[in-house]
Design a protein around this ligand. Structure first.
Ligand code: NDP
Ligand code: MG
Length: 385
């Protein structure tokens, strides 16, 4: 069997480093063809020296020389800058793009890979939140499989294998509830960055950790699910399941429900997407039900975690509203991570931006970029950045 050549966009992040662990453990199946980072030159160099990719891209052009000299003795080509990311996505020499850049920045290279006809293993949910209609339409035209890496969507995808044309009645996305499950606004108002970064079940990058704490992550995932599985908004339901053992569920038209379960470990959905349709043997710890005598489920508290309500509103509204929501959230989370605004201000920034930026029912790609820019500018003005 020929090895699958992986273009790992965002190789220095939480998903990126775990994907490299999967590649390292399965060097007979995979090889790293392209690695990219934004600013973390040290780790990118270290990864390139170990995995010897064909090319690396460092987003921050100021770091080009350092990366270039560190890799001078190797065959790895070095590129820098935002445009180079898109150009690397256009290479012929890889089979799968693992889209693991965080945020809107992942959209352009991922779209380029879709246009190029490459299989996408998608972690970067913001790509579908922002422009899901365009990305999915192009993927259909190019016969490009978009294989979910996000654990909930991987769960749904796994439940659908073998179901052919059987229709989905609804999906149930499980949410851990994050570090502040059960808390009320009088507690949340004082929450600080470091506390919000502590997730009970998953270890993730900073942005998604905050999104998990505000429940925005689940809202983004509802929108992601709508596009991935071609669902109507009312077919997407969220339930809080604090143990994070059931990763999500699908209910079919006969009322039967399938769930995918396992210990929370992102390496599993990463390797499932990379290896699909083959399951790859591993020695990750196994789920032992005796250690989880009860699995519990509850309604999300939409009054306290209003980001989830706002994202649901954007899901139903459609058009450029999810794009506006996402842009405002990226700015607000950025500001919260720098202690510029409080935890509850994140919601206020998102809500005001959604009210401000003009709604477009069927945006073109260019209009999505414009809406993103407009929303960022307005959100930043609220924070006085
Ligand atoms: P991290 O912040 O850990 O990593 C992000 C990666 O993207 C890094 O390699 C970073 O480079 C790079 N990057 C950051 N900004 C830019 C930019 N402007 N242009 C190009 N590259 C950039 O994020 P995660 O790995 O946690 O998440 C990645 C994506 O996967 C997100 O969309 C997230 O929602 C999704 N996801 C993550 C999960 C997780 O468990 N972490 C679970 C499910 C989905 P550098 O290191 O140099 O900054
Ligand atoms: Mg998820």
């Amino acid at each position: 069997m020929t090895k699958k050549r992986i273009a790992l966009f965002g190789s220095t992040g939480s998903i990126g480093t775990q994907a490299l662990e999967v590649i390292r453990a399965n060097s007979d199946l995979f090889e790293a063809e392209i690695l990219t980072a934004q600013t973390n030159d040290e780790l990118l160099i270290q990864q390139a020296l170990e995995f010897r990719p064909n090319a690396v891209v460092i987003g921050d052009e100021g770091k080009y020389q350092k990366v270039k000299s560190a890799l001078a003795a190797t065959d790895t080509k070095v590129f820098a800058g935002e445009q180079a990311l898109v150009e690397a996505a256009d290479f012929d020499t890889y089979d799968i793009m693992l889209a693991a850049i965080v945020g809107f920045a992942g959209l352009k290279p991922t779209l380029k890979a879709v246009d190029k006809g490459k299989t996408i293993a998608l972690a970067n949910k913001e790509t579908l939140v922002v422009a899901g209609d365009i990305v999915m339409q192009r993927a259909i035209e190019k016969h490009v499989p978009i294989l979910p890496v996000d654990s909930e969507h991987s769960a749904i995808f796994q439940c659908l294998v073998g179901e052919g044309r059987n229709r989905i009645e609804k999906i149930v996305l499980t949410a851990s509830g994050g570090p502040f499950l059960g808390k009320k606004p009088n507690f949340l108002v004082n929450v600080k960055r470091d506390h919000a970064l502590q997730h009970p079940n998953w270890s993730m990058g900073a942005k998604i950790s905050i999104d998990s704490a505000t429940l925005m992550n689940k809202g983004l995932e509802m929108i992601e699910a709508k596009w991935l599985f071609n669902l109507k908004p009312e077919q997407v339901q969220v339930v809080v399941h604090p143990q994070s053992i059931i990763h999500s569920m699908v209910q079919f038209e006969d009322g039967s429900m399938k769930a995918q379960m396992g210990l929370p470990d992102m390496k599993l959905p990463i390797q499932y997407a990379m290896g699909f349709p083959q399951r790859i043997k591993n020695d990750f710890p196994r789920l032992d039900f005796k250690k989880y005598p009860s699995l519990s489920f509850e309604e999300p508290d939409l009054k306290t975690f209003r980001n989830l309500a706002l994202a649901t509103e954007a899901l139903y509204k459609g058009g450029n509203m999810p794009c506006i929501l996402n842009a405002a959230n990226e700015i607000a989370v950025w500001a919260f991570l720098r202690n510029r605004i409080g935890f509850l201000d994140i919601t206020a920034v998102v809500e005001k931006t959604m009210q401000q930026v003009s709604f477009i029912a069927q945006p073109s790609l260019e209009e999505y970029f414009d809406s993103d820019g407009e929303a960022r500018t307005f959100a930043a003005s609220l924070i006085q950045m």
